[in-house]
Each structure stands twice: as structure tokens, then as C-alpha cells.
Design a protein around this ligand. Structure first.
Ligand SMILES: Nc1ncnc2c1ncn2[C@@H]1O[C@H](COP(=O)(O)OP(=O)(O)OP(=O)(O)O)[C@@H](O)[C@H]1O
Length: 319
């Protein structure tokens, strides 16, 4: 609610947004999403959970079957002509001409924008290249670019004009760790200037590293949304004990109601019992049984723990 009073409507708000494809597939099911202005919002879900379908509806590329999608305060797809110039989007990889240089690709994008003044084109293209760190490679043909460079060039195209909102569909998909870091740094930089960034990902780690807020999708449905900190803290952390006596520790902890125990070297971790117990009592039980405890504590819960708690299953990171 705070965001509403601070800066008008949220950057994105959907109400009961639904998409059923012609074949009958219910891809998005009554989605209520609220993306606050100024947030870096992670749209998280395994492959096939409906992320791309949602983004396509938000960008007016496909019509919803029912429900409402509002972007920057206006309803899509109807208000597309007014809204889309204020939105930079990178969906399913940028459409680049391989035979043109990175710079000339941007010149083409800029020339295709009827609102872009040709006299200031060069300055816009230079600024965008600089922004994504492609100045040195600007003269190379795009087909010689690595996947990460292509992704950055796509982002540069989205950044030729100042944007209030950036929508990025799996921006780090297929990138190596260095490429991922570069995109993350770019996203943080844009966010610090006040751009709202909405990005989809199937990587929990990535969302934790860069996002302030997140929503979790599974099978077309929204499981939860909120700040990343609140989502992670909604899951209980795991108990972690370091000891040379791992077998005995496992036996004692099991007796004390600790589930899902795993041993990795001299570390025993487990799920804390649902009924809150004094951690000190667990430690005392270990000591009583003669287990030599080197360290004892709980690990901070991660977004992954929250996801597992919500769905009862592991996060599918395949693909
Ligand atoms: N054009 C289409 N026609 C019919 N079904 C589709 C179409 N596009 C997607 N689907 C189905 O809708 C569901 C959601 O797909 P969607 O691509 O939105 O998910 P996603 O979360 O973006 O996954 P991914 O990351 O793999 O793209 C899937 O079951 C998919 O098979």
C-alpha cells in the first residue's frame, strides 16, 4: 500500500489474469500480481509455469482469456501505444542482424522508433553501448558476439530511450557466470536510478542476489509474492551441527524429532521440528549422548527453502 500512495499505481498490477491457449492448456490461472514501483521484481517459477505467457500478456503480445493486466497504470493490451514506449523489454532473446555490427544494430533499432530524433541518434547509441559495456566490441558483427554480448546488445536496444519499466524474460538464460554477473550489475545500476525491473527466472539464486521482491509461480498459479526477505524468512532455517560423531548425532537428532537429516563430511543438517523446540534442548541432548559438538546453529533460510515449504517439492532447475 505504501507504494500506492508514494508513486501512484504499481508498475504492474494484474487481477484474475488468465490465459487458456487454444489447445485448452491453462497456462496462467487467475493471477493477481503487484509489482511496486522502484522494485527489482523476480518472477520465479520452473519451466512451463506460465512466466512467458504472463509477460506476453503484460506486453500486449497476446490477449488474456479473462482478467485484467495493468502496466504503468493503464490497461493492456488497449493502452499499448501509450504504455509501451515507456517500457523496455527483452523477451526470448533479442532479434539481431548477425551481418551488422553491434553499433549498426542499435542504429537500426533507433531508426525504427518514430519518436527518436535522428540528429541525436549517435549520442543515444553511444550511451547505450557504454551502458552495457559494449563500446570496445561495437564494431564487431553481431554474429561473432557471445551469447552474453548478444543479451547485452538486446538490453542496449531496450535502453536507447529512458524507461520507467524494464521487462526481461530470463535475461541470464544460457550465460556463463561472468555474463550473469554483468547482467546482474546492470540491473542493479538501473534500479538504483529508479527504473522498475521485472525479470523472470528459474534460478532461485539469481533472484536472491538481485531482487528486492519476488513472486513464485507453479503450474500457472501464483504461490506467493512479497519482499525477498519476507519470503525467505517465511521458511524455517535448517539446523546445522558440526561434529566428528555424525552417526550418533543423526540418531539423537532423529529421536528429538528432527527430520530430513543429511550428513556431509562432519556436518549434519536437518529440518527443525514443526513444533517449536528450544534449540538449547537439542544441543543438550547431543551432549548428553556423548556427541562432541564443534558447532551448533541454524542456517539462514533461503528462497529455495521457502519454495520447498510451499510446494512440498524441490525446485526444478532443469533447462
Ligand atoms: N502458444 C502456446 N500454445 C499452447 N500452449 C502453450 C503455448 N505457449 C505456452 N504454452 C503452454 O503453457 C504453459 C506455460 O508456458 P510458459 O511458456 O508461459 O511457461 P514459462 O514459465 O515461461 O516456461 P519457460 O521458461 O519454459 O518458457 C506450458 O504448459 C506451455 O506448454
Amino acid at each position: 500500500m505504501e507504494e500506492l500512495s508514494a508513486a501512484g499505481e504499481p508498475a504492474i498490477a494484474t487481477h484474475a489474469l488468465t490465459k487458456r491457449y487454444r489447445g485448452g492448456q491453462l497456462a496462467v490461472d487467475r493471477l493477481d500480481l503487484v509489482v511496486p514501483r522502484g522494485s527489482v521484481f523476480g518472477f520465479l517459477g520452473p519451466n512451463g509455469s506460465g512466466k512467458t505467457t504472463t509477460i506476453r500478456m503484460l506486453m500486449g503480445l497476446i490477449e488474456p482469456t479473462s482478467g485484467v493486466a495493468r502496466v504503468l497504470g493503464e490497461e493492456m493490451p488497449g493502452a499499448g501505444r501509450r504504455v509501451l514506449p515507456r517500457v523496455g523489454a527483452l523477451i526470448e532473446g533479442p532479434a539481431l542482424y548477425g551481418f551488422l555490427s553491434g553499433r549498426d544494430n542499435l542504429v537500426r533499432f533507433d531508426a525504427a522508433d518514430p519518436t527518436a530524433d535522428p540528429r541525436t541518434r549517435k549520442a543515444r547509441v553511444d550511451a547505450a553501448l557504454d551502458r552495457v559495456g559494449l563500446v570496445a566490441a561495437a564494431g564487431k558483427k553481431a554474429r561473432a558476439y557471445s551469447l552474453g554480448m548478444k543479451q547485452r546488445l538486446g538490453l542496449a536496444a531496450a535502453l536507447l530511450q529512458p524507461r520507467e519499466l524494464l521487462v526481461l524474460d530470463e535475461p541470464t538464460n544460457g550465460l556463463d557466470p561472468q555474463g550473469m554477473r554483468e547482467i546482474r550489475a546492470l540491473v542493479r545500476g538501473l534500479a538504483s536510478e529508479g527504473t522498475t525491473v521485472f525479470l523472470s527466472s528459474h534460478l532461485l539464486d539469481e533472484i536472491e542476489q538481485v531482487c528486492t521482491h519476488a513472486a513464485v509461480m507453479a503450474q500457472g498459479r501464483l504461490l506467493t509474492q512479497g519482499t525477498v526477505a519476507a519470503l525467505a524468512s517465511s521458511a524455517r532455517g535448517r539446523l546445522a551441527v558440526t561434529t566428528p560423531d555424525t552417526a550418533e548425532a543423526v540418531r539423537v537428532l532423529k529421536e528429538q524429532g528432527v527430520n530430513d537429516l543429511t550428513v556431509d563430511d562432519d556436518r549434519v543438517t536437518g529440518e527443525l521440528p514443526a513444533v517449536a523446540r528450544e534449540l538449547a534442548d537439542l544441543n543438550a541432548a547431543l551432549v548428553r549422548a556423548g556427541v562432541r559438538v564443534r558447532s551448533f546453529g541454524t542456517e539462514r533460510a533461503s528462497l529455495e527453502d521457502a519454495f520447498v515449504a510451499l510446494t512440498g517439492e524441490g525446485f526444478d532447475v532443469a533447462g
